[in-house]
Structures are given as C-alpha cells and as structure tokens.
Design a protein around this ligand. Structure first.
Ligand code: GDP
Ligand code: MG
Length: 444
C-alpha cells in the first residue's frame, strides 16, 4: 500500500496514550527497518553527517543533564539488546556505487542518539514499530539536526538560568530573552510568559514543569489556525484537480520546494504536473525542469522569452485536465523590485485558475525562508495583499539559529504552516507537525 505522506500530521500524545518501553520499541523499529532495507538492497553509504556538538552539557544535578543521561543509557541498552547479527558493527561494507545513487534509496539507519529520539517521538504517538519507515526516521533526524542550533542556544541558556528550585521572577525574564532570541516574536513571547506567570501565581513551578508548559504553549500557537477552520492536513483530494500556487520572494526556495512536493506527491501515489510560470528568467525554467526530471514529473513551460505567466498556467491547466492530473504545482516569480507588476501578475494567474478550473481545489502557499527571520515576514506582507493565501511553507530550517520564526509566522499571518524544508535534497521537505516541530525545537 502506498503511504500518503500528505496525511501524516502527527498529534501530541494524549494523556491516555499508554506509556512505552522506549528501548524495546526502538529495538523492534530498528530490526524492522533493517529487514526492509535488506529487502531493498543495495544500500547506499550513509550521508556524511557533521559531528553532533554535545548538547547542553548541564550541571550534573539539573534536569537537563538527567534527560541527556537517560537517553544515553537507553541508547546503550538498545545497542546491547540487539543480537550480534543485527548489530550495526557487522554490516558488510556497502559496495561502492559507480554512479550517483538514485535519489530514492534512503541511507541505512544509524543507531545513534538521533535514531532513538526519532523512535521516541513516533512511539509517544502510539505508532507501532512495525509500521514506521526508514524515510520517517530519516526525516525526523533531519528535522532535529536542522533545529539543533536553535535548540542548543535555548537549552544552553536555560541551563544557565534554571537551577533546581522553582522559577523566580528573574528566571522568567530570562526565559523571555531566550524566546525573543530564537525569533519567536514579541506577541508569542508575551503570551507564553504570561501563561507561565499565571501558573507561577498559583503554585511553585519547577523548571521541568515550566519547560513542559512552554512546550504546550508553543504548540498551541502553531495549532490555532486549525481551530479557525483550517484542516489539520493539507492533502490533495484524490480523483480531482488540485492546484497549488507557490508564491514568495526570489531566492526563498519556491522552485526547490516544488521539486520536493512533486516527489512527495509521486511517492504518495498522486499524478502530478508542474507549471513553469516564473517566466522572467530562462534559467528559472531550466532549473524547474531539472527538478521535474528528478521527481519524474512533467513540466509545462513556454519557450518564448518573457512569456505571459498566466498563459503558461492556462496551458498547464488544459494539460492537467486532459491527462486527469490530480496535483498541479505552479511556480511563480517573486521579484519585489516591481511590486505593482508582481501583484498584477499573481492576480491574473489567479483569475485564470478561477475561470478555467472552476472545480479545482486551489491552495495559495507562501514560501518563507527561515534564515531571514522577521525580515522575511515583513517582505511577505506584499503577498498577503496580492493573493488569498491559505498556508505557509518554511524552508531552510537547516542552518538557522532562529527556528522560532515558525511561531511568529503562525501568529502574524494566522495561517497554518503546511510544509517545512530542511535541506536541498529531494526528500528534504515534509508536511508540518506542530508536535514534532516543538519537540525538535525545545524537547529534551
Ligand atoms: N539549506 C537549504 N537550502 C535550500 C532549501 N530550500 C531551498 N534552498 C536553496 O535556496 C536557493 C534558492 O532556491 P530556489 O528554489 O531557486 O528559490 P526561488 O527563487 O524561490 O525559486 C537554492 O540554492 C536552494 O538550493 C532548504 O530547505 N535548505
Ligand atoms: Mg524559482
């Protein structure tokens, strides 16, 4: 059965999720994944990963240190519990691949702290170890690695301000600074701090509880759009035409994101087509075609220089309707230099869609570059005026220490975050999960 990635939006474990033996769970998941991989051999050598920097080497008595020690001991127990045949040490060296490995083949899993963390996240959601895939584990590891800089900053500062005792006023002020530095934004920070202070007035708040409360508050901010009528998942409706208009400033990652979305759609069993409506530069169309090839999805373009983007969209809709395509991804230009033109261009594309594809399920997704922080958010205001946006995609979460920007985005735009990108590869984009995101951001 095809796994539909678009339906994957894990929720936080509820109070009645049964408690799990994480070591046993991780062991079964590891054995299951190894079996899968042996069936689909040959394996590709693992991507070289940067050495993880030690996380929050806290004073030995603090709860941060306890959490780190707990995972280390679980990891040791896990390694010990595996029979020699499954032990990663006995893996035969992967054969040297003469050509670039197919993008499809995921690297073998490594039994490390990141694997265990991913396993814990999946286990806590009540998933069964026999149903998880190597792609899911790899993605969670990537997400955690991507947010490592932000998390390290937060945890290191937390370590400095939080002792063993309950929180005091000074510690709360420091928490405020930490959130602001992670680019969570003033509104969200104020609200979170207020929640913590309200609680402090009722009872003593040990640091561990404060962190739990903060986690829940941040998740709450990210999930508010669901309470305002947005569905939890953005899943293309099967058997009909879905059109996703991908907008955003130049360089934020629109074209790359379209390649990754096309890949995800194919993997999830959808028929897909791409429209090259960023016609300003010939190179942009070429770049999109390369991504289309990688994902195995056709690209509709117009060879005329400076072709009318709306005409390209018209052609693409015609092709999509003739072929019974389910998901049409539309790449657009994002030149902010000529704001008026850009807005007119996007509005025209939208009119063509509304006129020509009356039954289509249309989404307008804004792509934002996480490394730009609050600046990116300000730039994006143009798009909120030009198109009726229905969601956000955040890219480049790898390599930023300001991963908290996701919170500011959800708050300021009032839109659900639909996908996040954490790398330049085909598989480096997945549907957003507030639970997994917040855990990767500040979870222990
Ligand atoms: N590190 C990283 N780079 C990305 C990501 N998404 C896109 N990029 C890079 O950002 C640059 C601009 O991307 P592009 O798709 O051309 O942006 P566009 O102008 O909005 O279409 C390219 O070098 C991409 O490889 C991501 O999630 N992580
Ligand atoms: Mg582009």
């Amino acid at each position: 059965m095809t796994f539909n990635w678009f339906e994957r939006n894990p929720t936080a474990p509820s109070a009645d999720t049964p408690s799990v033996d994480y070591v046993e769970w991780a062991k079964r998941a590891y054995e299951h994944i190894r079996k899968q991989q042996q069936l689909s051999a040959p394996a590709t050598p693992p991507e070289p990963q940067p050495e993880p920097e030690p996380e929050a080497a806290a004073a030995p008595t603090s709860f941060l240190a306890r959490a780190a020690a707990l995972r280390q001991s679980r990891l040791a127990a896990l390694k010990e519990s595996l029979s020699p045949a499954e032990s990663p040490m006995t893996t035969p060296a992967a054969p040297a691949t003469p050509m670039a490995a197919p993008a499809e083949a995921p690297p073998p899993v490594e039994l490390d702290e990141g694997f265990l963390w991913s396993a814990e996240i999946l286990a806590a959601q009540g998933r069964r170890p026999e149903e998880v895939t190597v792609e899911e584990i790899n993605w969670l590891q990537k997400l955690r690695r991507g947010l490592a800089k932000t998390r390290r900053n937060i945890l290191n500062q937390l370590k400095a301000i939080i002792g063993q005792g309950p929180l005091d006023e000074r510690a709360v002020n420091e928490l405020e600074t930490i959130l602001l530095q992670a680019d969570v934004g003033v509104t969200v920070t104020d609200w979170v701090i207020q929640q913590i202070q309200n609680r402090l007035r009722q009872e003593a708040l040990p640091p561990e509880m404060a962190l739990k409360l903060m986690t829940a508050c941040l998740r709450d901010v990210l999930e508010r759009p669901y309470q305002q009528g947005y569905a939890r998942n953005l899943t293309p409706v099967r058997g009909k035409l879905n059109i996703w208009l991908i907008t955003g400033v130049n360089g934020v990652g629109k074209t790359t994101t379209i390649g990754k979305l096309a890949h995800l759609a194919k993997k999830s069993g959808y028929s897909c087509l791409i429209a090259a409506a960023d016609t300003f530069r010939a190179a942009a169309v070429e770049q999109l075609k390369i991504w289309g090839e990688r994902a195995g999805v056709d690209v509709i373009s117009n060879p005329t220089p400076n072709a009318d983007p709306a005409a390209v969209v018209f052609d693409a809709i015609t092709a999509a309707q003739a072929r019974g395509v389910e998901l049409l991804l539309v790449d657009t230009a994002g030149r902010l230099q000529n704001k008026q033109n850009l807005m007119a261009e996007l509005a025209k594309i939208r009119r063509v869609i509304d006129k020509k594809a009356t039954d289509a399920q249309v989404e307008s997704l804004l792509v934002l570059d996480a490394t730009l922080g609050q600046n990116g958010l300000r730039q994006a205001q143009v798009f909120t005026e030009a198109v009726r946006l229905t969601g956000v995609i955040i890219t480049k979460l790898d390599g930023t220490a300001r991963g908290g920007i996701a919170l500011a985005i959800a708050q300021e735009l009032g839109l659900p975050i639909r996908f996040i990108g954490a790398g330049e590869g085909l598989t480096d984009l997945r549907p957003f999960s507030s639970y997994e995101f917040v855990e990767a951001l500040i979870g222990l």
